[in-house]
Design a protein around this ligand. Structure first.
Ligand code: NAD
Ligand code: UDP
Length: 317
């Protein structure tokens, strides 16, 4: 039976991946330091004999006999990765080194959850994997962007130098149930604000764009990439090419929640990328993958999650 180690397994995407692999009858070791992850995300899995939870920080080495390592550990929201930027760099760099060191030692396949942020504020649109990016090395987002870029470099160097079997995916904005209420990313912020009847905080004039992928589609792409035996190791873009302005997203959330919230404009954070849209032709050609869940459908599955979470909070308070 395949034994998987998922770093960051109690986080938003990690918990969906745990569920998916357990559902396929595989073993899952979920490792997390609970910085942005929560036990609630994986509580329903704790009784499964194929599931183990390990509290550990990836900046420290770990040793276990596993077949596959999925390296997801790293806060993904700008609010959380900028909270302790030095730690974010350590998590990315030491986490990649420790993942790859273990993969080399036990002969495991190593998967890296990289990001569209490696393209920075892109000068090419849409972004293909061949684009090298436009990234500020000294800005507020650099701890994350450059950390993820070095992690990709380490993956490819361990592959070339030590023959480690790697898979690298570049994830574009992904959303869905199990995001934190205080996550700070745009989809969760807007839904929570709309449900509470609070103003929807548009940063800047809302003309910047993002492309939003529902988490189930993303996890399907992860599994296809990890299972791929054709010799294709990436990097590969995984995201939904549907591109929306942030203002369009706000209007969609208002209409789907039936909220009376008003839109307000707040200052645009520094280095906020102006446009982002994945070119997924490589994923489609190599993995036969493309997203199946449009933004309206994905929001319809995400809004009830937040609605329930907020009403539970209300009754508890
Ligand atoms: P998340 O913050 O919910 O999950 C990250 C998990 O990693 C959390 O459970 C957190 O507690 C854990 N973690 C953080 N630092 C750690 C450390 N030092 N040691 C052990 N565990 C640690 O975010 P997510 O959206 O689920 O993102 C998962 C991965 O996917 C991240 O690597 C992120 O960079 C990448 N990614 C996500 C998106 C997205 O839109 N969701 C986009 C691009 C890349
Ligand atoms: N954003 C916004 N209001 C919010 C949160 C985010 O307008 O309450 C904007 C943010 O400035 C960015 C986009 O939404 O342009 C996506 O932000 P997020 O933090 O979700 O992810 P990013 O792609 O920037 O890492």
């Amino acid at each position: 039976m395949t034994i998987n180690l998922i770093t960051g397994g109690a986080g938003f995407i990690g918990s969906h991946l745990c569920e998916r692999l357990l559902g396929a009858g595989e073993e899952v070791l979920c490792m997390d330091n609970f910085f942005t992850g929560r036990k609630d995300n994986i509580r329903h899995l704790l009784g499964d004999s194929n599931f183990e939870l390990v509290r550990h920080d990836v900046i420290h080495p770990f040793f276990m006999e596993v077949d596959r390592i999925w390296n997801l550990a790293c806060p993904a929201s700008p609010v959380h990765y900028q909270y302790n930027p030095v730690k974010t760099v350590k998590t990315n760099v030491m986490g990649a080194l420790n993942t790859l060191g273990l993969a080399k030692r036990v002969g495991a396949r190593a998967f890296q959850a990289s990001t569209s942020e490696v393209y920075g504020n892109p000068l090419e649109h849409p972004q293909t994997e061949a684009y090298w990016g436009n990234v500020n090395t000294v800005g507020l987002r650099s701890c994350y962007d450059e950390g993820k870029r070095v992690a990709e470099t380490l993956f490819f160097d361990y592959h070339r130098q030590n023959g480690v079997d790697i898979r690298v995916v570049r994830i574009f904005n992904t959303y869905g149930p199990r995001m934190l209420v205080n996550d700070g990313r745009v989809v969760s912020n807007f839904i929570v604000q709309a449900l509470r009847g609070e103003p929807i905080t548009i940063y800047g004039d809302g003309s910047q764009t993002r492309s939003f992928c529902f988490v189930d589609d993303l996890v399907e792409g992860f599994v296809r990439m990890m299972d791929n035996e054709s010799g294709f190791i990436g990097p590969v873009n995984l995201g939904n090419p549907g591109e929306f302005t942030i203002r369009q997203l706000a209007e969609l959330v208002i209409s789907q929640t039936g909220s009376k919230s008003k839109l307000i404009e707040n200052p645009l954070p520094p280095d906020d990328p102006v446009r982002r849209q994945p070119d997924i032709s490589v994923a489609t050609e190599k993995l036969g993958w493309k997203p199946t869940i449009a933004l309206e459908q994905g929001l319809a599955r995400t809004i009830p999650y937040f609605d329930e979470l907020l009403s539970r909070g209300k009754s508890a308070g």
